[in-house]
Design a protein. Structure first.
Length: 477
């Protein structure tokens, strides 16, 4: 039987505020455990939450960017459950009246076609603390620094039909929240993670199959692998006559498999009710208009502009605009060297490759946009060849200074003096009479041999085009 996969994602993105959603405690990552949790985050009696105004602006920004309805009035609700890292005994979230509803996000598939994915809703909520299972000798440590950190939970419609589509959606959403500046999107630190809801159905069937929910996946690669594993597992179960149980499963990246955590039947009844400590969140038309004015250029628009203004291909422009930092970096390089295509090439290949190899984000690149632009300028003015530029880039990457410093220090300036090249060329011609005869007789391939010899003798500092010209002139070709 042929099966069809159905996927809906719930993405949790941490909002980039300095303080928590209902208290003044800091949200900075990596502090000593329990040094950033105040009485409100600890859920001590007698304290009251006060909403951080910034999170409302951020959620509204997001809503506008996905063409959603931003609710004039939304309500915080208590989601009740017991867990050691939730001292209040409830999480403040939004339930019946979320701040954002009915948006869309366009994704691009591998074959170049696009698809619209529905965004059901996005709501504001607080994060819980962390349970630390290591280093406590059979006990569990609780770190409440994360308790009260603001989250925007973005729930999609079950519109995706493959793991690849889910990855494309997750990447696009990541790109959007970082462009908007509402999240740092740092996946290692858990600022952007998702739960994937997965089901399968016989192709052609209208009703959805029973779904499972894969919890807390924090990388694009894992989301793809987890979904693919789960789809295979569900098909196996169904084809051998079994039934899918609606349950929450955990993806184990080390074993590349999903495991049952708890069944939905056992899942607690959260007893949601409006939080009496918090007023409904009101957003006026005027406030919304102000937020709309602060919207930056978004990824799709930037991509179009890069294609139109810089003459870049759709692929190049797509790669450059996938995140805002890369786009800004590229524009600085292009501005500095005055050649957008050359800049796009270097950013998308050499720079992207080096960052990837060292596992670095572009914000931590040892070669700044100014440095790269400065080096490309030396290619443009013929100081260096493209080949030497690779060597110089590597040296800049290793911290040896900017391009001009390295060119001087290593004596890498391209030889543009015709006389100097001629001297070398004459020697090579004299040393290879046989090849000269063959070349004259029409064996054009030998041009490469001579140019190669000159490049070798000059340590790559001759200009290959110039060598070509001179050789032809000398041999009367
Ligand atoms: P819950 O409130 O139990 O989490 P929701 O109806 O809010 O359930 O759905 C959560 C997520 O699961 C949404 O992203 C939705 O698109 C997705 N989803 C719902 N039904 C299915 C299904 N049969 N297969 C795959 N995904 C589904
Ligand atoms: Mg859910």
């Amino acid at each position: 039987m042929e099966w069809e996969t159905v996927i809906g994602l719930e993405i949790h993105t941490q909002l980039a505020t300095k303080s928590k959603i209902f208290s003044g405690a800091a949200t900075a990552y990596g502090a000593e455990p329990n040094t950033q949790a105040c009485a409100v985050d600890l859920g001590l009696p007698g304290v009251l939450p006060v909403l951080n105004r910034e999170v409302v602006t951020m959620a509204a920004k997001f809503g506008l960017a996905i063409g959603a309805k931003v609710a004039p009035l939304s309500v915080f609700a208590r989601k009740n459950y017991f867990y050691p890292d939730l001292p209040k005994g409830y999480q403040i979230s939004q339930y019946e009246l979320p701040i954002v509803e009915h948006g869309t996000l366009e994704i691009e598939l591998e074959d170049g076609t696009t698809k619209i994915i529905g965004v059901t809703r996005a709501h504001l909520e607080e994060d819980a603390g962390k349970s630390l299972h290591e280093d406590f000798h059979g006990m569990t440590g609780i770190d409440l620094n994360r308790a009260g950190t603001p989250l925007l939970e973005i729930v999609s419609e079950p519109d995706m039909r493959s793991a690849k589509e889910a990855v494309a959606y997750m990447k696009k959403m990541h790109s959007l929240v970082t462009y908007l500046g509402i999240s740092d999107g740092n996946m290692q630190e858990g600022s952007f993670r998702c739960d994937a809801n997965v089901s399968v159905r016989p192709k052609g069937q209208k009703e959805f199959g029973t779904r499972t929910e894969l919890k807390n996946i924090n990388s694009f690669r894992f989301v793809e692998r987890a979904i693919n594993f789960e789809v295979e597992r569900q098909i196996d179960v169904l084809e051998s006559g079994g039934k899918i149980i609606q349950e929450t499963r955990l993806y184990d990246a080390d074993k590349d498999e999903t495991r049952s955590m708890r069944s939905k039947e056992e899942a607690m009844d959260y007893r949601y009710f409006p939080d009496p400590d918090l007023l409904p969140v009101a957003i006026s038309e005027k406030q919304l208009a102000e937020v709309r004015n602060t919207l930056p250029e978004l990824p799709d628009a930037k991509r179009q502009r890069f294609m139109a203004d810089y003459g870049l291909s759709r692929d190049d422009a797509g790669q450059l605009t996938a995140d805002r930092m890369t786009a800004d970096y590229f524009e600085t390089v292009a501005g500095k060297c005055g050649d957008a295509k050359l800049a796009a090439n270097w950013v998308n290949t050499s720079l992207a490759g080096a960052l990837n190899k060292d596992g670095k984000a572009i914000s931590a690149s040892p070669v700044s946009a100014d440095m790269l632009g400065g080096m490309l300028l030396r290619i443009k003015d013929n100081t260096i060849s493209g080949k030497l530029a690779k060597e110089i880039f590597e040296a800049m990457w290793q911290g040896e200074g900017d391009a001009d410093t390295i060119i001087d220090k290593k004596g890498l300036r391209q030889i543009t003096d015709t006389g100097a090249i001629e001297t070398v060329l004459d020697e090579i011609i004299a040393a290879n009479p046989q090849q000269v005869e063959q070349l004259k007789a029409g064996k054009d391939k030998l041009m490469g041999f001579f140019v190669g010899q000159v490049m070798k003798q000059t340590g790559g500092k001759a200009n290959p085009g110039q060598v070509n010209e001179l050789l032809k002139k000398k041999l009367g070709l």
